[in-house]
Ligand binder design. Structure first.
Ligand code: AKB
Length: 313
């Protein structure tokens, strides 16, 4: 067992709920403190109710458990963020400033900050380079790009060891995403396994970068465990798993569920998706800390269908 005590903020969300279990396996149940604005029913393990906009409350938890690492996963995502832009900016930035300050004041040794492909925006190339110009088109993307720059600032100015990934859309069976543009790629599997048709809010050919949840967990902890001297990027590392369109994921599902039907009714999320690159170049992550994804679209489909059948059958 390692002598770490890890605080996960946003532990009830799509990534947080899976990450808490993943970290508990590695570091032991007693070394993981899950936290979110609401208690989670049935959570066994340490859980602290925390409104991450409350900096004092956050710092008190960091002190109480002598936290050594913080994973900050609380944020309003791209699609929901467009409904209330200023509130999204306030929440995404205030919660992150609280994390940065709690880490600095309490000498937390490492912080994980989830960035996103949403930092790229209009005029980005179809395949976004690690050092592409950041011109985000959503308030969520603007907050993530700003957060990356603040990470770099705290690292340079105070030596806070912050590590960050630009997550693509994350697909997993354990939890549901909420408020994102890539959420359709999780919903589609639930509908298919339940024997229902699916209406997609993106056009059939809209290709976006995505990653399977196991690969996302592996990348996250691999980055956090990498020796600091290997890391050359202190804003956010590009991270790729696979890229596909709604049509391609539907075809992948139809290999197992041939009568599955998808219709297309694009809404405001189409413009968000079109502002993002179709692919991400993650060669810097591969070079610096040995990143390699294990899942292709068909391999992910197989596992999603198998796992969701256990849930719904
Ligand atoms: C979203 O769709 O907003 C997120 C993301 C790509 O960061 N899943």
């Amino acid at each position: 067992m390692k002598s770490e005590c890890i605080l996960v903020i946003g532990a009830n969300g799509q990534i947080g709920s899976v990450l808490v279990e993943y970290l508990r396996e590695i570091y032991g149940d007693d070394n993981i403190v899950a936290s979110d604005i609401r208690m989670r029913d049935g959570h066994n393990g340490i859980f602290e109710k925390l409104d991450a906009t409350d900096g004092k409350a956050m710092s008190a938890i960091v002190k109480k458990y002598k936290i050594t690492q913080i994973y900050h996963l609380a944020a309003i995502l791209s699609a929901k963020g467009e409904q209330e832009p200023l509130k999204t900016w306030d929440i995404n930035m205030q919660t992150y400033f609280n994390v940065l300050e709690a880490a600095r004041e309490n000498k937390v040794s490492k912080v994980f900050y989830p960035s996103s492909i949403a930092v790229f925006g209009d005029h980005v190339d179809n395949k976004a380079d690690q050092f592409s110009f950041l011109n985000p088109a959503t308030v969520y993307g603007i907050s993530k790009a700003a957060g990356e720059n603040w990470s770099n600032y705290y690292f340079k100015r105070y030596g806070t060891d912050i590590r960050s990934l630009r997550y693509p859309g994350i697909v997993g069976y354990q939890s549901m995403p909420g408020g994102g543009t890539t959420d359709y790629a999780v919903d589609i599997y639930h509908k298919a396994v339940k024997g229902e048709d699916f209406e997609c809010f993106l056009k059939s050919e809209t290709t976006l970068p995505m990653i399977y949840i196991s690969d996302a967990m592996d990348a996250t902890v691999r980055l956090m465990e990498a020796p600091a001297e290997k890391l050359t990027v202190r804003t956010g590392y590009n991270l790729a798993g696979m890229s596909f369109s709604p049509k391609e994921i539907a075809e992948s599902i139809q290999k197992t569920i041939p009568d599955f039907k998808v219709t297309y009714k694009p809404d405001f999320r189409q413009a968000i998706a079109e502002s993002w690159p179709a692919e991400i170049d993650d060669s810097q992550a591969r070079k610096d800390w040995g990143w390699r994804p294990a899942y292709s679209l068909d391999k992910m489909t197989e596992e999603m269908i198998t796992q969701l059948r256990k849930k719904y059958d």
